[in-house]
Design a protein around this ligand. Structure first.
Ligand code: DQA
Length: 143
């Protein structure tokens, strides 16, 4: 069965209790279960790390194993050039990498308005809560 890796950046391990008015009350496990239920023919693998190095290592593995990626870079979106370079390697390898956000960062504080990842992503989906992930996965699986 083909895998899709759903990689989540810092503080997203606290989904469910972290600012539920912004990020919703579902935990990462809840979102993962619902994504997997919606895609029974795919292995949806949920990963979360607060560590940039670990996320970059996962992106390198995704390249080596030809795994499509859905990435919520969280706050790294706004300043991590190291993560951007790793994302560029994924898309340059011909693999989809869809950037997602639960909230719509463009409608929030000014520092969130710019993502350094977006220009090297295949596409961006933001502002639809957990549906942002579902839409990104639907885009990958329809190809
Ligand atoms: C986020 C938006 C980011 O600005 C923020 O730092 C996050 C979550 C989102 O999913 O809406 O941690 O990526």
């Amino acid at each position: 069965m083909q895998s899709i890796w759903v990689i989540n950046g810092p503080n997203l391990g606290r989904l469910g209790s972290r600012q539920p008015d912004i990020y919703g009350s579902d935990t990462g496990d809840d979102i993962h279960a619902s994504l997997q239920a919606g895609q029974p023919d795919w292995d949806i693998v949920w990963k979360q790390s607060d560590a940039e190095a670990e996320i970059i290592a996962w992106l390198h593995q995704a390249i080596d194993q030809s795994v499509p990626v859905v990435l919520n870079p969280a706050a790294f979106s706004h300043y991590s050039y190291a993560l951007r370079d790793a994302c560029a390697m994924v898309t340059e390898a011909g693999l989809p990498l869809i950037e997602v956000h639960l909230s719509n960062p463009a409608a929030r504080e000014e520092f969130r308005a710019h993502s350094v990842i977006s220009a090297v992503a295949t596409g961006v989906i933001q502002g639809f809560g957990a549906d942002s992930y579902r839409l990104a996965i639907a885009q990958i699986t329809r190809a």
